[in-house]
Ligand binder design. Sequence first.
Ligand code: SAM
Length: 218
Amino acid sequence: MERKVILTEDGSSTLYVSDIDECYHSTHGAVQESEHIFIKAALEHHASKRLSVLEVGFGTGLNALLTFRASQKYGLHVTYTGIEKYPLTLDEAKQLNYACTDQEREVFRCMHAAPFSVSGQLSSCFYFSKLCTDFLDISLPFEAYDIVYMDAFSPEKQPELWTQDSMKRLYDSMRIGGILTTYCAKGYVRRNLQSVGFVVERLPGPPGKREMLRATKR
Ligand SMILES: C[S@@+](CC[C@H](N)C(=O)[O-])C[C@H]1O[C@@H](n2cnc3c(N)ncnc32)[C@H](O)[C@@H]1O
């Protein structure tokens, strides 16, 4: 996959994939978008301080780093699992400007350098693992996650990841009270989420995007 680092409007970097003409984040602001959709609408919205998080599409690791930052700020105990089919090289990860402190730079480096399928501890309250696999091939554990960041490429580019079947697999993998958020607000994605049992809200999106979705397993 041909990728290049570009800057978004909030000054944070993202990757552009020429093969599919798509960016990893909003060009209006990568950090701004991730904080809005995943940290504020999901992580900070969940009542528990002990959270198991699944990310579909680990990519640059931005959501993982912001989750680490939030875990430090709010005293959360987080177990984080990222699924990624096309991992970044260490060289690509080094070009991303997300880390703000020496501790974050080291955590971000460890996230990318970590071997796949091995759980590691990145702080007293942050456990991390990543799986190099296709989301469609993996067997997810039953009722294991409190939070799901659904951050695959868009349904136009990857319709197979947004089907009713994919949503059902995510639903089954989540605990009662679990929250899934996504930047995607397409009607059929919302209906697929509802059809497998989620209660779905349409929320205002980050700058440049009218709406996003939050799905809760009641
Ligand atoms: C929109 S990008 C977002 C990445 C990441 N969340 C971030 O903040 O950088 C989508 C990610 O999904 C990954 N991906 C695409 N197809 C996948 C699949 N079938 N299984 C797992 N990951 C996939 C891509 O490689 C890419 O990293």
